[in-house]
Structures are given as structure tokens and as C-alpha cells.
Design a protein around this ligand. Structure first.
Ligand code: DGY
Length: 326
């Protein structure tokens, strides 16, 4: 029997490729831009393993084009791009990359909050475009972050890392989550609050939940109407957890103060999207985990998961445990 083939369509840090070459033949395409579907399907045909970022959707008929597939290793903590049920039915193991991106994503989420509150991108543009003619008393007035109330909706690893940063800024942290986290309540002084209470009390509402059927669109008009009129909404998790139209409306009608968004319902944002002309909205191109160190660690974690699958060992970050029992 020949060596198994691992297909890596995307550009990934080379260490991960070198590592996988010790256990498999690696079909590495290093695509920076997303190629047409035909090229992707071509790679899938002979793949025993697949290493992908979440921009590749492994759902529906595309799986019929991968007859040899034994494992899909996402280079991401989120896995809403995978149809886990269908992968399990086909006996294909799926993995993700938790932990290694927690701190980096928390840095970005907190940076986004600061950028929105203190109008940093807007001010940068103001200076660079030559509009700055002198110091003015009311120039670029923003909103205080220190001492403000931060409400975190969805309190997992990244939520907890954000709370630690907020603590350093002297913020009061509320959190809403399926389960209480007594460890952080004691260590960080955070306070559990029901969603309605959190929305009503927070100066900054930050959502950090995975996208699942139960979180899709779970923040909508009703939730925005409960927020303070000068509160900011921050999202670095997944765009589709928010009803974007409701957010646009709340911002356009001045019912909330502003927003910091790293993720959107449709990525990239269409050129005519209302957010693009809203100065009180800071927009980023889905870059929560985008540092050289973290992307290298994520790719390596995915590669280690893949090597385990190909060697018949249970991978550390297995998402569908049932395939191992089958
Ligand atoms: C993740 O790891 O889920 C990031 O959002 C990249 O998709």
C-alpha cells in the first residue's frame, strides 16, 4: 500500500507541511486566494486527509467527491464549516485547534473594543488624509473603557481570556453563559447575569459564542433594544450569531453607540454593505487568530491531529468521538 495522501489547499506555515511529510505524501497547493471549486474537488479526489481553514465548507455533496477521506483537520477552533453529523456517518474523523489561539483572539477582541471606543481607526484616517489642522477640544471624543461595564455573552476559554484583560483595565465584568464559572467568579470577580440583565447594564456587550443551530441569529432586534443607547457591540466570534440587519438598524437609528466587528454574515463584506459607511463601526477582516506565532501553532496542532488519525491513534482534538467507537 502506498503512503496516505494529505491535501492542504491553503497556504499554511511550512513547519506543518514538513511535519506531515514524515508520515504522508502531502499535496500542498499553498493557495492564498480561494480557488474555483473544480480545483478544490480535484485535490479531494485522492485525499486520505484534509487540512483546511474554516473558509472551506465540508458540507453536502462535496463529501461525495472525497471517497478516501479518513480525517478533516480544521485549522480553527470554530467548526461551523463542517457537517459533523455527515462526517460521522461516513466514518470521517474531524478535529479543531482549541487553546493555541485563545490569547491571540482575546487580544484582538479587546483591541477591537478599544479601537471602537476610542475611535482609533477613524482618527488614524483623519490624520493620514490630511484633515488634522490642529488640536480641538472636542476632536475625536470617545467613550471610556476603564471603569466601564463589560458584558461577555458566551464565557468559554476566549471569554475568560478577555475577562482577564478587562480586569487589567479596571472594568466590571458581567457574563452570561450556559454554565456558571465559579473559578473565574472567585479569581477575577466577574458576576454572572441573565442575558437581559447583562444587556441592560453593560457599556460594552461582547459576544463570544460558537456558531451552532442554537446560536445562529440569537442576537437580534430585541437584544439591541435592551442595550444602553451609548453601549458598544463587539463581535469576534462568528457573524451569523447576530441578525446583521437588526444591528444595522440599531446603529442607523442611533439606538446603540457603535460596534466593533471582526466577523460578518457574509465574508468578505459586500462593497455596498451599510457598515462600510458607518464611522461608528470598526470593521476587521476576520483576523482574530492572525499572528505569525498563533497561525504556526494552529497549523502544527492540525498536523499533529492528522498524523494521529493516519496512524490509527485517537487525535487529541477529536470533535466526533463516535467515529472512534464505530
Ligand atoms: C477560528 O479559529 O475559529 C477562527 O475564527 C478562524 O476561523
Amino acid at each position: 500500500m502506498g503512503r496516505p495522501v494529505v491535501f492542504i489547499p491553503d497556504k499554511v506555515p511550512e513547519e506543518a507541511v514538513r511535519y506531515l511529510e514524515t508520515v504522508a505524501e502531502v499535496d500542498y497547493r499553498a493557495w492564498e486566494e480561494l480557488p474555483g471549486e473544480a480545483k478544490f474537488l480535484q485535490g479531494l479526489e485522492r485525499a486520505d486527509g484534509l487540512l483546511v481553514y474554516s473558509r472551506h465548507k465540508l458540507k453536502g455533496p462535496v463529501l461525495d467527491r472525497a471517497p478516501r477521506l479518513k480525517g478533516v483537520c480544521n485549522i480553527a477552533v470554530g467548526y461551523d464549516n463542517l457537517d459533523l453529523e455527515e462526517l460521522t456517518r461516513r466514518g470521517i474523523a474531524a478535529t479543531n485547534t482549541p487553546d493555541v489561539l485563545t490569547e491571540t483572539t482575546a487580544d484582538l477582541a479587546f483591541g477591537l473594543l478599544l479601537a471602537a471606543a476610542r475611535r482609533i481607526p477613524e482618527a488614524d484616517h483623519y490624520v493620514k488624509s490630511g484633515q488634522w489642522k490642529g488640536w480641538l477640544p472636542s476632536l475625536m471624543l470617545g467613550k471610556d473603557v476603564h471603569g466601564a461595564v463589560l458584558g461577555i455573552i458566551g464565557y468559554g476559554r476566549i471569554g475568560s481570556a478577555i475577562a482577564r484583560r478587562a480586569n487589567g483595565f479596571g472594568m466590571k465584568v458581567l457574563y452570561s453563559n450556559l454554565e456558571r464559572v465559579p473559578r473565574d467568579e472567585a479569581a477575577l470577580g466577574i458576576e454572572y447575569a441573565a442575558m437581559e440583565e447583562l444587556l441592560g447594564r453593560s457599556d460594552y456587550v461582547l459576544v463570544q459564542v460558537p456558531l451552532t443551530p442554537s446560536t445562529a441569529g440569537f442576537i437580534g432586534e430585541r437584544e439591541f433594544s435592551m442595550m444602553k443607547p451609548d453601549a458598544y457591540f463587539i463581535n469576534a466570534s462568528r457573524g451569523a450569531v447576530v441578525q446583521e440587519e437588526a444591528l444595522v438598524k440599531a446603529l442607523a437609528e442611533g439606538r446603540i453607540g457603535g460596534a466593533g466587528l471582526d466577523v460578518f454574515e457574509r465574508e468578505p463584506l459586500p462593497p455596498d454593505h451599510p457598515f462600510l459607511s458607518m464611522p461608528r463601526v470598526v470593521t476587521l477582516p476576520h483576523m482574530g487568530s492572525a499572528t505569525r506565532q498563533t497561525r504556526a501553532a494552529m497549523a502544527m496542532k492540525a498536523a499533529v491531529n492528522m498524523a494521529a488519525i493516519l496512524q490509527g491513534k485517537r487525535p487529541e482534538n477529536l470533535l466526533n468521538g463516535q467515529v472512534w467507537k464505530q
